[in-house]
Design a protein around this ligand. Structure first.
Ligand code: HSE
Length: 414
C-alpha cells in the first residue's frame, strides 16, 4: 500500500491528518488506491495523540521507505522544509505544501527539481486557503492572456478590518481573536505588515507570468495605519478598505506587483468579501473577469487544499505537471509602484465640507487636465485615476488650500 507522510503537526498538519482519517474511504476512492498515512514528522511529543505511533523526529525514515508516494509539508519557515522537500523530490517523491514563504522564496528551485526527478511539487494550499486558485490559473485559464490579478489574500487582516468596522473592535482585540481562531501566522506581523499577502501575490505572479517574483522586490504596506475613521469614511463614500495584493501587466509587458490597503468601490465584488474569506479576481482576455472566493485560512479549509494536492499527486505518480516557472535571472520585468495609475481616497483631519473639497479639487483638475469626477463627504473624498506624480501634486494642492490630510490611499484600479 502506498504511504503518505505529513511534516508538521500544527494547525494545518493536524488538520490534514484528521481530514484523512475522517474521509479516508472517499479519499482512497478518488486517489484510485488504498493509502496509509504512515508518518508525521514533528519534534514535539504527542504521547496522548491517537496518532502517537506515527510520529518521527527526522525525515530519514520517510525517505528510507520505498512505499512513500507523497509528502505533505505544513511546517512553515524556509530552510528546514526546503531541505526536506528537496530530498524528497530528489528521490522522486512528490510533495504538497501549504508553505507560501517557502514557495515564494524557493518555488523555481523546487519546481525545477520536481521536473528533473519526474515527480510533482504541488502548492494549492499556499494561496487562498481553501480556494482553488493555483490549478484554475494554470489549467482552466490556460487559454487566456492574463493581464491583472487582484486579491484579498490574507484572512487575518480581512477579519481585523471587518471586525473594526462592524463590531467597533480595536485593532489589538481583533488580532487576538484572529489568533484564537487559528488564522494568524506564528508571528502576526507577517499578516498585519502585509508580508504573508506579499508571498502569495509573488506565487500568483510567478505562476501567471512565468518568471519568479521574489518578495523582497514587491512594495508592501500593511494595515497598521488604518483607523476606524478611514473604514467608516470609506463606507460613507460607497466603498471598503481592503488589504489588496495585486499584479498588473503594463502596456510594455512589465508587471507591477504590490501589496497595500486600498479603497475598493462597492461595485467591485472584492469590497464585499468579509471576515476570514479571501477572494481573487483574475482579469484575462477571454474571460474578462473571474472571481475565486472562500475561506482563506484556518485548519480544515487549508487542510482541504493540501488533501486535494495529495490525491492529485497519487493519481499522477510519475507524471510531471507542467505547472512551472523559472528564475529569469533578473527582476527587470518588474515595474515600480510609481507607474501605478489609479484613483485616490483621501481623508482630512477635520470636517471641512464636501463643497470645499470639491472646489479645491475642481481647480486642480482644470489645471492638470484630469477628470473632474469626484465624490466627497464632509471629511473625505475619492478622486479619479491619475498618475503617481499627479496624486502627489493633488495632495500638495489640497494642503496649499488649507485642507489637512489625515490619510490617503490608492483606489483599486479599474
Ligand atoms: N495567516 C494567514 C492568513 C493564513 O491569515 O491568511 C493563511 O495563509
Amino acid at each position: 500500500m502506498k504511504k503518505i507522510a505529513v511534516l508538521g503537526f500544527g494547525t494545518v498538519g493536524s488538520g490534514v491528518v484528521e481530514l484523512f482519517f475522517k474521509n479516508r474511504r472517499m479519499i482512497e476512492q478518488k486517489a484510485g488506491q488504498p493509502l496509509e498515512l504512515a508518518y508525521i514528522l514533528d519534534l514535539r511529543e504527542f504521547p496522548d495523540s491517537p496518532y502517537a505511533d506515527k510520529f518521527v523526529k527526522t525525515i530519514d525514515p520517510i525517505l528510507a521507505d520505498p512505499d512513500v508516494i507523497v509528502v505533505a509539508e505544513c511546517m512553515g519557515g524556509v530552510d528546514f522544509p526546503f531541505s526536506c522537500l528537496s530530498r524528497c523530490l530528489e528521490k522522486g517523491i512528490s510533495v504538497a505544501t501549504s508553505n507560501k514563504e517557502l514557495i515564494a522564496a524557493k518555488g523555481a528551485e523546487l519546481l525545477a527539481s520536481a521536473k528533473a526527478h519526474s515527480c510533482n511539487c504541488f502548492f494549492e494550499a499556499s494561496v487562498g486557503g481553501a480556494i482553488p486558485i493555483i490549478r484554475p490559473i494554470h489549467r482552466c485559464l490556460a487559454g487566456n492572456d492574463i493581464s491583472d490579478i487582484y486579491g484579498i489574500l490574507n484572512g487575518t487582516t480581512n477579519f481585523i478590518l471587518n471586525q473594526m468596522l462592524t463590531a467597533q473592535m480595536n485593532f489589538e482585540d481583533a488580532l487576538k481573536m484572529a489568533q484564537e481562531l487559528g488564522y494568524a501566522e506564528r508571528d502576526p506581523s507577517a499578516d498585519v505588515d502585509g508580508h504573508d499577502a506579499c508571498r502569495k501575490i509573488c506565487i500568483l505572479s510567478s505562476l501567471a507570468f512565468g518568471s519568479h517574483v521574489y518578495p523582497e522586490n514587491v512594495p508592501t504596506i500593511g494595515i497598521r495605519d488604518i483607523s476606524l475613521e478611514d473604514a467608516a469614511q470609506a463606507d460613507v463614500l460607497d466603498g471598503a478598505i481592503k488589504l489588496i495584493a495585486f499584479v498588473k501587466r503594463l502596456a510594455d509587458g512589465r508587471i507591477l506587483p504590490a501589496v497595500m490597503p486600498m479603497f475598493v468601490p462597492h461595485d467591485n465584488m472584492l469590497s464585499r468579501v468579509d471576515g476570514v474569506f479571501n477572494c481573487v479576481e483574475v482579469c484575462a482576455d477571454a474571460i474578462d473577469k473571474a472571481y475565486f472566493c472562500g475561506r482563506g485560512a484556518g485548519k480544515f479549509p487549508t487542510a482541504s487544499a493540501v488533501m486535494g494536492d495529495i490525491i492529485e499527486a497519487v493519481k499522477h505518480d510519475k507524471t510531471v505537471f507542467s505547472q512551472y516557472w523559472e528564475d529569469s535571472g533578473t527582476q527587470d520585468f518588474l515595474a515600480p509602484l510609481s507607474e501605478l495609475v489609479c484613483g485616490m481616497f483621501i481623508r482630512f483631519e477635520q470636517p471641512v465640507g464636501a463643497d470645499a473639497i470639491s472646489k479645491a479639487y475642481a481647480a486642480f483638475a482644470q489645471k492638470e487636465a484630469v477628470s473632474a469626477d469626484i465624490s466627497a463627504s464632509d471629511i473625505a473624498c475619492v478622486v479619479p485615476a491619475m498618475t503617481a506624480a499627479q496624486r502627489d501634486a493633488l495632495l500638495e494642492a489640497f494642503r496649499a488650500s488649507g485642507l489637512q490630510i489625515a490619510h490617503s490611499m490608492p483606489v483599486l484600479p479599474a
